[in-house]
Ligand binder design. Sequence first.
Ligand SMILES: *Cc1c(COP(=O)(O)O)cnc(C)c1O
Length: 369
Amino acid sequence: MEFRDLKTQYQVLKDRINPAIEKVMTDCNFISGQQVKDLEKRLAEYVGVKHCITCANGTDALTLVLMAWGIGKGDAVFVPDFTFFASGEVVSFEGATPVFVDVCPDTFNMDPDSLAEAVAKVKEEGILTPKVVIPVDLFGLPYDADRINAIAHENGMKVLEDGAQGFGGSYKGRRACSLGDAATTSFFPAKPLGCYGDGGAIFVNDDETATLIDSLRIHGKGSFKYDNVRIGMNSRLDTIQAAILNIKMDAFEEYELDKVNEAASTYTKLLEGKVKTPIVPEGFYSSWAQYTIQLKDEKERNELQQKLKVNGIPSMVYYPKPMHMQQAFNGLKQYVSLDVTEKLCKVVLALPMHPYHKGNQIIEITDLV
Ligand SMILES: *Cc1c(COP(=O)(O)O)cnc(C)c1O
């Protein structure tokens, strides 16, 4: 069994994907081809923002926004303690300081109360300047946008939505990746919308920021390619990846999102009352990057993972370590309690989740659980 069945997805889409790849090779427009522009236009419309700027991966996407906003030394950037490393890595990479915030035990997403407390403590201490909040749409569920955005904006901060796992979800009728002052996503193969390598995108409404990010992603270009007005990066999405994504986006819109939501409902129906199942609050829609259950304790979790493994069923622990315990973040000050994250890291287990489950696969899994 596959944890995320990209092999079946390819077999289903092969007749459309292969010619799309071949066209790029025939035309040799490998960099910045028309397919990239088509994809950017389509994704901006889908998400409901004015600009989509694609780039090389989801980590660069976050970095490019922080660069455009001028974030650096002395700035505090608030990041959930329970997320993939990149959400905090980009902050340190820009020379700013990540301040880790706890998450809600039911949604796995940034806890607004913990954020408010962390912001108050940083201000009271008076060393760092609060500048940005990076809420993450973890496992496909959008963050609590109304509450988090209000706290950020009241304190003069911007919101950078890390939608690497959230693309396709929605919150009160608004699509994920449109919920912050800027948002990013990743097209890493296992994400809700994945390509066949690395890829990423930035979503922003503001024209000036969009122009700046477009310059930063191509060596700080000015009016033309060999006019360089600032220090930037080389971070573009390959035409081949855009061509693949244009096809995959059809399937994503036509049936894949529905299918993962059906799979999640089946899981929850069969597991409810036996283990703690993931919660999608009223007004939220998830794109189910992961279906994550919670066990009683670490021992029970590890035993279940082993039992699934001997029965040929893959499962994953996302994430085994809180951000504040990563060696790379040694020496950073902890401002608030991070107990929920510490507990989640011991009890979470992600089960196979994708739009291509066959026959009784989910029943086979839930019977073992
Ligand atoms: C995958 C991921 C990223 C980074 O995306 P890449 O394309 O792998 O660079 C950032 N944040 C979160 C939450 C992710 O899951």
